[in-house]
Ligand binder design. Structure first.
Ligand code: UT7
Length: 334
């Protein structure tokens, strides 16, 4: 049976850099707190005055990924777009990407799995390629968090973590035996849905857009039970990695590169320790970008590839954990 392989990767972050020190000019926080608790030193924020958009970041990342895959928009058979911060409530950002890049009238699937969005999207794309329905699928993770964060004391533990940006991968069919995406493993546990959530605009409310919910701590802002999320993340991510390894008869030491969702540097460290992996086998870039949710894995994967950290034949493992709760892994023979 044929597999899908990653034929091209690209990422884009907006120009505006916001350091921890910059945050201290309008928030009650410190560089020391942020670095010690999260590892984040700076992040990129979109600039509304420049007309920057979520789908606009996706366009920039996708153009690079397509060019590296040696393909044009006409070659793409499907878009799978992961985001928790879409441009509109509806339609999804996938169709805005389709319009902007002049793709054919192909399907654009918008996928909502938060920090696991990219791996979920990769899995959807992989199934369409494995069944033979499509040959080339564009997978995107893109986020604008900075316009929706609560910078007051209610939300400062959440606000300091997140950053904006996008990553994209072109998946193409391959008949090379043992190469490409070996397996993907997707999970959710909805009983924790409200532990990390943005509740509004909620369709079941009497009035979907009550202005009072814009107050600090209100429903339009993300709420997070941080320590609770942390504890689940450091359990579920190693579990998902082991699931992927066992499904393919590998052990942790067989991994050449682990690309975890960049949630918090301390979460990545805990996952690394549980698996007994050395530093050079684990990608860390949260200090530069913060947590970019659905974009974090493709940005980290792309940077690692650009730095020459992924060679032909390497075993690459992706893993994620986030709101839902959702968690996932993917094992790739490059
Ligand atoms: O990507 C998807 C999933 N998200 C995650 O994986 C995030 C998981 N959780 C975490 O990474 C951590 O829980 C956080 C980094 C979000 C927060 O770290 P924490 O160690 O859980 O801190 P906390 O929220 O329990 O706050 C500890 C203290 C509190 O002060 P008191 O009550 O001890 O006096 C907070 O008010 O730190 C205070 N605090 C801050 N101080 C300065 C909270 N946020 C800040 C801040 N700056 N930004």
């Amino acid at each position: 049976m044929r597999n899908s392989k990653i034929a091209g990767l690209g990422f884009y972050v907006p120009e505006k850099v916001v350091t921890n020190h910059d945050l201290t000019t309008f928030m009650n926080t410190t560089d020391e707190w942020i670095v010690e608790r999260t590892g984040v030193r700076k992040r990129h924020y979109f600039d509304p005055d420049k007309g920057e958009t979520n789908f606009g970041f996706a366009v920039k990342a996708s153009e690079i990924a397509l060019q590296r895959a040696g393909l044009t928009p006409a070659d793409i058979d499907l878009i799978v777009y992961a985001t928790l911060s879409p441009d509109y409530y509806f339609p999804g950002s996938g169709v805005l990407l389709q319009r902007s890049m002049n793709f054919r009238n192909i399907a654009a699937i918008d996928l909502r799995a938060q920090c696991s969005g990219f791996i979920y999207a990769l899995s959807v794309a992989d199934q369409f390629i494995k069944t033979g329905m499509y040959n080339h699928v564009l997978v995107v993770g893109s986020e604008i968090h900075s316009s929706g964060l609560d910078y007051s004391d209610y939300g400062r533990h959440v606000a300091v973590i997140f950053g904006d940006g996008a990553g994209a991968a072109v998946l193409s069919a391959t008949n090379e035996p043992g190469k490409g995406i070996l397996s993907t493993h997707l999970h959710s546990e909805g009983k924790y849905a409200e532990e990390l959530a943005v509740i509004y605009p909620k369709s079941s409310a009497k009035n979907r857009n009550p202005i009072e919910e814009l107050r600090p701590g209100g429903g339009f802002y993300p709420v997070m039970n941080g320590q609770y999320v942390f504890k689940h993340a450091v359990t579920r991510m190693p579990e998902a990695i082991m699931e992927a390894l066992e499904a393919n008869h590998y052990k942790p030491e067989d991994i050449d590169l682990l690309v975890p969702h960049q949630a918090n540097a301390r979460i990545t460290q805990a996952v690394q320790q549980r698996l007994g992996l050395p530093d050079e086998k684990v990608v860390n870039n949260i200090h530069n970008y913060g947590n970019t949710t659905a974009a974090s894995i493709p940005i980290a994967l792309c940077e690692a590839w650009e730095a020459g950290r992924i060679k032909d034949g390497d075993l690459v493992c992706l893993c994620s954990f986030g709101s839902g709760f959702t968690w996932a892994s993917a094992l790739i023979r490059w």
